[in-house]
Write a protein that binds this ligand. Structure first.
Ligand code: NDP
Length: 275
């Protein structure tokens, strides 16, 4: 079975660097996909209230028989749930759907700067951390200005910032900011939803290393220190994606992938999303 390394978050909690994302998996297919992922060796599941499939994740965890401390579960606060009280009650509802008494990581899904409520929301997250309902708390899609504000107005540095990050959007500046502030980088859409896989650089590297373009991208993500959780409902791809711990990309190949950056977003811009 694949050995996935852990990364130590800024409050000491350990997170498996490689997990399984369930965005866009139909609620009634989610338990099956997560069971497949467990069988392939994944022990970290990334879901969200917005995905409407926390029940499926919870069912697969319950059926797996895995001890609670061997599965790392992340969920995210939905956009209409900003605010101190809402952040708390929404996690209680998630926990019921997940059949858990705590999550390992709870994230603010989007900053929604026009609502200007993420600071109060974060204070709700601090309460959840103190109460043990989340072992770690973090954010998603936050820009440096939003992180700066949390630093000024609250007492807890987010453990992670989960951002869109793949070869066409390498996020050099945000990664640097994270490194300087003790925030772990989580890369969402790590293979750009498949968009990058026919790029010549990646096809060539796949041939060089005897791996698929998807494995080359995921290996790059791991080697530069990002936490990733590719999504697939296809059993062969679920196994393929996590099979990236038996080879190493050379430094110039890492540089070649980083050079593909074109600041191309496949998803929304966090500064304007929701406004
Ligand atoms: P990914 O980059 O993981 O790509 C998923 C797509 O690629 C699916 O269409 C899948 O198809 C296909 N695919 C997967 N593996 C392979 C492979 N080996 N070869 C070819 N195609 C493949 O995209 P996601 O957007 O799902 O991102 C991953 C996770 O990140 C999400 O599931 C979610 O947990 C998180 N996320 C977070 C966001 C946020 O705002 N915080 C936003 C978006 C994602 P198929 O399933 O048919 O096999």
């Amino acid at each position: 079975m694949t050995q996935v390394p852990n990364i130590r978050l800024n409050n000491g909690v350990e997170i498996p660097q490689f997990g399984f994302g369930v965005f866009q998996i139909e609620p009634d297919q989610t338990a099956t996909a997560v069971r497949e992922a467990f069988a392939a060796g994944y022990r970290h599941i990334d879901t969200a209230q917005m995905y409407r499939n926390e029940e499926g994740v919870g069912a697969a965890i319950a059926d797996s028989g895995l001890p609670r401390d061997e599965v790392f579960v992340t969920t995210k606060l939905n956009n209409q749930g900003h605010g101190y009280e809402n952040a708390i009650s929404e996690l209680d509802d998630s926990l019921k759907r997940l059949r858990l008494d705590h999550v390992d990581l709870y994230l603010i899904h989007w900053p929604l700067p026009h609502q200007d409520n993420y600071v109060d929301t974060w204070k709700g997250f601090e309460k959840l951390l103190a109460d043990g309902k989340a072992r770690a708390i973090g954010v998603s899609n936050f820009q440096p200005a939003h992180l700066d504000r949390l630093a000024k107005e609250t007492g807890t540095v987010p453990a992670v910032n989960q951002i869109e990050l793949h070869p066409l959007l390498t996020q050099v500046e945000l990664r640097k900011y994270h490194d300087e502030h003790g925030i772990a980088t989580e890369a969402w859409s790590p293979i750009a939803q498949g968009e990058v896989l026919s790029e010549q650089t990646l096809v060539g590297l796949g041939e060089k290393y005897g791996k698929t373009p998807a494995q080359v991208v995921l290996r790059w993500q791991v080697q530069v220190g990002n936490i990733v959780f590719p999504k697939s409902v296809t059993p062969d791809r679920i196994r393929e994606n996590i099979d990236v711990f038996d080879f190493e990309l050379a430094d110039d190949d890492i540089a070649g992938i980083e050079a593909m950056n074109s600041n191309h977003r496949t998803g929304p811009d966090p500064d304007t999303f929701g406004s």
